[in-house]
Ligand binder design. Structure first.
Ligand code: ZN
Length: 424
């Protein structure tokens, strides 16, 4: 990918295009040859530092107006980085190696050309900052400067408002430079054909924190991971069941990757766990969702819309995702799968009844992208709402977590018995 950049790099203006190419080249090397990147980092880090230690971002300053904005980030070591653009909405993506963000939230507050700034882990070894712009922008300069005799490093990014045509040009230019830092999907694990595999998906993660609790200020991504681990452990105690986690760390996975991981692990079921917030703080209880083109109600539609924003928050371009194959066979499979998903949802509702709080009409449906596997029955479980104080207390309680996991395991058991009766 980067071989193609080399002959072109010295050409053109000193600004946006060569910068992008130079950055693509250095980061492509870093990602293609992690050992190479580590050696480089070790050389920069100086004696006593280990290359495996994440980069530390400890300061930030953002200044400017809606014509020009400068972003300055302070690092403890020289950062390797890559800048690229994504459209709809216009975003500037800065990819970094694994980074600890010790930056004050108020210093990373969006201003000038940017209306939102998110940052956090992508994979286990990479991090990302996503700047969502109010108008098309170009990064006219991106440089690392060393301060204090090499004790700290400043990454300076200058962004300038440009017209749509110029922005489209920037998007086209980066197409042939190749896109990197798209997290890799895990290799399929060898599963015993007699085993019933359940993919347990902890919603959100890494740069996408999900909802934030009103009282506890806990992030949804932390709660979902704790639940997912508990549930996987519980399910693994069931005979013939093997539970696998889509993520077992605070890292970002695109919605499509979650589906692909489940399929590659040979999942017979997919359960995505969430604990969102609602504007109506009095609403509480669990909800089980299955996929549908048409939402069952307003609440379901707006939740699906928010969940589907996850990729956008993390700066994943829709073009990074493989196009879905339209096929009549897939359509038939999908319909069959849908019937199984509904059975599972009903089974969860009946296992919860009288034991775990449920909202009114607890089985709802909407167009959740994470439920799109054509061949894996899938449900999304909103365990409770962090916008409700009573639910929030339960969500952070390990004893309650165990209780929910027990009832979910029972639901899976019932589902499997039902499936066997129908010859499935
Ligand atoms: Zn969520």
């Amino acid at each position: 990918m980067f071989e193609r950049c080399v002959p072109c790099a010295p050409r053109g203006s000193l600004f946006a295009l060569p910068i992008l190419q130079r950055l693509v080249l250095s980061l492509a090397l870093a990602f293609a040859f992690p050992a190479f990147a580590q050696d480089g980092a070790a050389a920069d880090a100086g004696p006593g530092d280990t290359a495996s230690k994440p980069l530390l971002a400890y300061g930030a300053r953002i200044a400017g107006d809606d014509a020009r904005t400068r972003v300055v980030l302070d690092f403890d070591r020289k950062p390797e980085f890559l800048v690229r653009y994504v459209d709809n909405p216009v975003r500037v993506i800065v990819d970094l190696p694994e980074t600890a963000f010790g930056v004050k939230a108020e210093d990373m507050q969006a201003r000038g050309l940017f209306r939102e700034i998110r940052y956090g882990a992508m994979g286990a070894r990479s991090a990302r900052i996503v700047f969502t712009a109010i108008k098309p922008v170009a990064v006219t300069a991106a440089d690392v400067k060393s301060d204090d005799g090499g004790k700290s490093f400043r990454l300076v990014l200058d962004a300038e408002r440009v017209d749509r045509a110029r922005f489209r040009g920037l998007l086209d230019e980066q197409k042939w430079t190749g896109s990197i830092a798209v997290p890799k999907v895990a290799q399929p694990a060898k599963t015993d054909p007699g085993q019933f595999v359940i993919a347990v998906d902890a919603g959100h993660g890494g740069i996408d924190t999900g909802a934030i609790g009103v009282d506890s200020k806990m992030e949804e991504k932390t709660i979902t991971l704790a639940f997912a681990r508990e549930l996987a452990e519980r399910l693994n105690r069931e005979q013939g069941v093997k539970a696998v986690l889509t993520r077992d760390a605070d890292e970002f996975l695109s919605l499509n990757e979650r589906v692909q991981i489940a399929r590659q692990k040979g999942a017979n079921l997919f359960i995505s766990l969430h604990a969102d917030t609602l504007k109506q703080h009095d609403i509480r209880g669990a909800t089980v969702y299955t996929i549908s083109d048409k939402a069952s109600d307003h609440l379901a539609a707006s939740l699906a819309e928010r969940e589907n924003l996850s990729d956008q928050i993390a700066g994943v371009a829709l073009s990074d995702e493989p196009a879905e194959v339209a096929d009549i066979l897939i359509d038939l499979t999908r319909r069959e799968t849908q019937a199984f998903s509904i059975n599972l949802a009903r089974s969860v509702v009946s296992s919860f009844e009288g034991q775990i709080n449920l909202i009114n009409n607890p089985h709802r449906f909407a167009g959740f992208r994470v439920l799109q596997a054509p061949d894996v029955p899938s449900i999304l479980l909103e365990i409770g709402f962090m916008s409700n104080k009573d639910d929030e207390k339960l969500l952070v309680d390990p004893a309650w977590r165990r209780k929910v996991a027990d009832h979910l395991a029972e639901a899976v058991r019932r589902y499997r018995l039902g499936g066997a009766k129908n010859g499935g």
